[in-house]
Design a protein around this ligand. Structure first.
Ligand code: TRP
Length: 336
């Protein structure tokens, strides 16, 4: 029997290199080994985008196409839409009794997000909504609804998994051993830096390369990437370790080229413009198969719909089993 894994994404924008190298690539590699549920977390996305439903709706499809274009295969992975699984919402209500408000307020991920969303939640989080504060409870429902044993995530999500584990233990201690305590499957890739050298790549930072970027966009972005600012002239020796162009060469180019680029740069035998042009080429080669798959799904949107619908049906079956057991354990199983 394959182990069940569950992970999720908020549909708020396209996938970028940070998502790919930090997560998508690993999901691609392990997709055969698990019973894999992949949630498009539209309800969670609405907790901080409730005033922008159009954005969430559009990105459900965008993100699904991104995930399919990196080679996730619906034969292995059940893609499903969170809002189509009412059992998740039910579990969220039941679990909300098992967590204190102060515990949620102390959740480091929630705290960081509140401080990043001043416009929505006020300078000190004084306008935080009940829904946003409670999204870790809803995420615990996401995971347990499918009896997720492993949850592949980045380190920013660890406090949410820990919160889920606490809820599960509390539930089991009160109502009986029904739920599985999930384990995080931590990504080993360090965070991917932005084009501007920022430690984090992100949409709001404007420094991201997207898997769906066109050749023209890639061209423009790479020509503007940060290089060694101490290098003035074309043949000045420079330090590749502080250069984002070299950094991305290391992600998408082959080892032989990477070594050559590094030594030429250090010896002042390589101009930045040439180096950027070579990166554009390597990047386009890397993106070629991804773009081809994406074009297929762009041209066949009904297929994307079908994948989501079938994955959602499969997820729903499992969710129904779980909710039945949960309600029985909680003695709220009135009419079967
Ligand atoms: N919170 C996750 C994020 O912002 C998305 C998510 C929703 C998730 N449900 C999940 C991740 C369940 C892991 C498991 O990226």
């Amino acid at each position: 029997m394959k182990k069940t894994i569950l992970t999720g994404l908020r549909p708020t924008g396209n996938l970028h290199f940070g998502h790919y190298f930090g997560a998508g690539r690993t999901w691609y590699k392990i997709q055969n080994e698990y019973d894999f549920y992949l949630e498009i977390a539209d309800v969670q996305a609405l907790t901080d985008n409730f005033n922008n439903p159009e954005k969430v709706r559009t990105n459900v499809y965008e993100i699904t196409k991104d995930l399919l274009s990196i080679g996730l295969d619906p034969k292995n992975v059940h893609f499903f839409i969170q809002s189509e699984i009412p059992e998740i919402a039910e579990l969220t209500v039941f679990y909300s009794n098992l967590v204190t408000v102060s515990r949620l307020q102390r959740n480091p991920t929630v705290k960081t997000e509140i401080s990043q969303k001043k416009e929505l939640f006020g300078n000190n989080g004084e306008s935080i909504t009940y829904g946003f504060l409670g999204y870790p409870v809803s995420q615990a429902a996401d995971i347990t609804c499918f009896k997720g044993e492993c949850v592949p995530v980045g380190d920013d999500q660890l406090p949410l998994i820990e919160q889920c584990r606490e809820i599960v233990r509390k539930f089991n201690s009160i109502y009986g051993e029904i739920l599985k305590v999930p384990e995080p499957l931590l990504s080993t890739t360090p965070r991917i830096k932005g084009l501007d050298g920022n430690e984090k790549m992100g949409k709001s930072l404007g420094n991201a390369i997207y898997l769906a970027d066109s050749e023209e966009t890639i061209n423009k972005k790479i020509m503007g990437a940060l290089t060694d600012t101490n290098k003035i002239k074309k043949d000045d020796p420079a330090n590749p370790e502080v250069c984002m162009v070299y950094y991305y060469h290391k992600l998408v180019n082959n080892e032989k080229n990477i070594n050559k680029i590094c030594s030429e740069c250090k010896e002042g035998q390589r101009g930045c413009v040439q180096c950027k042009k070579e990166l554009i080429e390597a990047m386009n080669t890397f993106l070629k198969p991804i773009r081809e798959k994406r074009k297929y799904y762009d041209d066949n949107p009904e297929e994307v719909d079908k994948i989501l619908k079938e994955g959602t049906e499969k997820a729903r079956e499992k969710a129904k089993e779980t909710i039945k057991e949960v309600k029985k354990a909680m003695k709220i199983d009135y009419y079967k």
